[in-house]
Design a protein around this ligand. Structure first.
Ligand code: RB5
Length: 143
């Protein structure tokens, strides 16, 4: 399974950890960047990822709060990016929202909680049913 990752400087330490952690588990990780804690702008990295990202795959985006990367990613129609600060929110982002992108707040989540959130995100299937109808109404052009 391929996982795409990207972050700004504020998300870099957690992204580096999650990238290593996933690689050690056998995932193929495509780490778009950034590659250091030098100050940078989160949209640059999210656009680079989103322009190559196959929507049936999964991505993890990290900035300080998770909001900037999430807002940028959700400008792409093939992306459903969800901000999660614990594993239950990450699980529900898959089960109810069929999220293909997980956004994490690098400055506000522990490494342990982030690992749990990523594990939940990668292992939870979409429940479909009533949630299928709801996500089909997210795009304004579909209502
Ligand atoms: C960077 O200081 C910070 O603003 C950024 O990482 C993010 O939290 C924006 O949403």
């Amino acid at each position: 399974m391929r996982i795409w990752t990207a972050s700004d400087h504020a998300g870099f330490p957690l992204k580096a950890h999650i990238t290593r952690w996933l690689t050690a588990q056998g995932y193929e990780v495509i780490d778009i960047g950034t590659h250091s804690e030098e100050s940078t702008d989160y949209p640059l990295w999210v656009h680079q990822l989103a322009q190559r990202f196959p929507p049936e795959e999964k991505a993890i985006l990290i900035c300080g709060t998770g909001n900037g990367v999430c807002m940028t990613a959700n400008r792409y129609p093939q992306v459903r990016a969800a901000l999660a600060w614990n594993s239950e929110v990450a699980r529900l982002a898959r089960a109810h929202n069929d999220a293909n992108v997980l956004c994490l707040p690098g400055r506000f989540i522990s490494t342990e909680e982030a690992e749990k959130a990523v594990r939940a995100f990668l292992s939870t299937p979409f429940e479909g049913g009533r949630h299928e109808r709801r996500i089909s109404q997210i795009n304004p052009s579909q209502v």
